[in-house]
Every structure is written in C-alpha cells, then in structure tokens.
Write a protein that binds this ligand. Structure first.
Ligand SMILES: [Zn+2]
Length: 287
C-alpha cells in the first residue's frame, strides 16, 4: 500500500471545526505503529496551474491565492490555505501515478476536495483533487475512468466538474437529506444513490453495491475513490450506521473490481477514523 501524505497538512485549524489536524496525525500514528500492512510512504507531486484549471474557473484559483476572506462559513481562509489545497491536489496526482504502476494508493491529506465545484469553494473543500486527478488521468492516456464516492455527503463538486465529460463516470452514495442537499437523481454520466438518515447499515452497503455494479458495467480502466468515512455510526455530522468491517468490505469490493485504483480521503470526523481507514486499506490490499 502506498500512502501519500505531508506533515504540513496538520499546520492549519480553526477551533471547533470538525475538519481538524488530528484526522491525519492520528491516522499516520496508527499506520506507523502497525506491522500487519506494509506501507510505502510518498510525497505530493508538484501541481502546475494548468492542471488545476482543467477543473476550476481561473477566478476560483485567483480567489484562493488571494485568500482575502473566508469562502463560506465552513470553509475558512486559513493562513497558507492555497499551499495546503495545492499539496492535497499533488497528493492525488502521486496516488494516480502509483495506481499506474499497479500499486493501490491512498492519499491521506487535508483539505478534502469533493465539494469544491468549478466556481466555488465550499464544505471544507478548496480545490477538487478528485476531479483534477481524473482529468489528468484522461490526459495521460486512461480511456475510461470511474469515480466511486462513498463519503456520506454528496460529491456535488466532482459531479459539477465531471458531468458530461466524455470517458468518465461519477458514482456517489450519500445520505439525503443532508449537506449539500444535491444528488437526488442520476443523469448523463452521473449516478447518485441517496440513502435516508438513520438507515440500517445494510441499506448503505446495498447502495454501495449498486454503485459498484454500475461501475463494473462501465468497464473502466481506472477506478478513483473518494473515500469518506463519515457514514460511520459514530460520526458526528450525519446519521448512518456503518461499522469498521463495512469499510473493510468496501476496500475488498474495490479490489475485486480488478482495476488499477487510488483513493483520496474526503470526510470522516469521528475518533475512530484511523481504524476505519486501516480497515479500508486492509480490504484494498486483500489483508
Ligand atoms: Zn463528508
């Protein structure tokens, strides 16, 4: 397993904000303290502006560079947030590169990205690392790229950027109603699987199975996963009931697609996050 991270991603925080540095630092600690799963650590790649601008409007990138004020109530203009967001994209590009070499890769970095649209930073997200990496994958020669987003929130930003884009398909399993309120219907190359609040965990798994079946039908040559761990039963932001073993099953299910794959951490705000990520990685690795 290749894990891409950068210690600098723990340098920003805001009191009371659930997207906190410990999400990464405690997970790194957990991964370094175990011997079950061999891990190769990797650094984020450099990211040229033009790679970002395939996915985002130049106005968004200019606003991020200026960071003149908070982007919305959830998405503060932390000091150096432009550098942090760009490193998060770079980690996605390293993960993509690792997938190309045949090794499963996990990008363990913050900020997350799947809510950032072409035009707008929102929901703890500044640059959409997933969409940017998918457009780069198509640019370097992949023919069909499937995105699987199992974060409990709809990946509205990834959908906004990838809708109608040839040679890729977006699949999102999420709670509805919940933030950001979108993702009730499927259209074009976007497949949405909403799950009601307080559903039994079997229901969330069932929706994931449907998305995975659809992905298999699409016959991708690369599967990119927006791995959010906030459908966990103990997560403070939503009302789903997934367990650690369900994340192991998700990893296993992605592995069974039999395609090159990489995963990017999106949400996940409970103290169990390191265990959930570890369970998912073991599933991915067949351990
Ligand atoms: Zn989320």
């Amino acid at each position: 397993m290749i894990v891409v991270t950068d210690a600098r991603c723990t340098e920003y925080s805001k009191a009371g904000h659930p997207e906190r540095p410990q999400r990464v630092s405690r997970t790194v600690e957990k991964l370094k303290g175990q011997t079950e799963l061999p891990i190769t650590w990797a650094d984020p790649a450099a990211v040229p502006d033009e790679v970002i601008l395939r996915a985002h409007n130049p106005r968004l990138l200019a606003a991020l560079k200026a960071s003149a004020g908070d982007f919305d109530g959830d998405t503060p203009a932390h000091p150096n947030i432009h550098d942090h967001a760009r490193r998060s994209v770079g980690a996605a590009l390293t993960a993509l590169k690792s997938a190309k070499s045949g090794k499963a890769a996990f990008s363990l970095i913050r900020p997350p990205g799947h809510h950032a649209t072409k035009e707008r930073m929102m929901g703890f997200c500044y640059l959409n690392s997933m969409a940017i990496s998918v457009l780069e994958a198509l640019n370097i020669g992949y023919a069909r790229v499937a995105v699987f987003d199992f974060d409990v929130h709809h990946g509205n930003g990834t959908e906004d950027i990838l809708r109608g884009q040839p040679h890729c398909a977006f699949h999102s399993v999420h709670q509805h109603p919940a933030y950001p309120g979108t993702g009730t219907q499927s259209f074009e190359n976007c497949y949405n699987y909403p799950v009601a609040p307080e559903s039994p965990r079997e229901r969330y798994r069932e929706a994931c199975s449907k998305a995975l079946d659809q992905i298999a039908k699409f016959k991708p040559d690369l599967v990119a996963v927006s791995a959010g761990f906030d459908a966990y039963k103990g997560d403070p932001l939503c009302q789903q009931k997934m367990e650690a073993e369900d994340y192991h099953w998700l990893g296993e299910s992605v592995r069974k697609l039999g395609m090159p794959t990489y995963s990017l951490m999106e949400g996940g705000y409970s103290n169990a996050l390191p265990d959930l990520i570890f369970a998912y990685m073991k599933g991915l690795q067949g351990a």
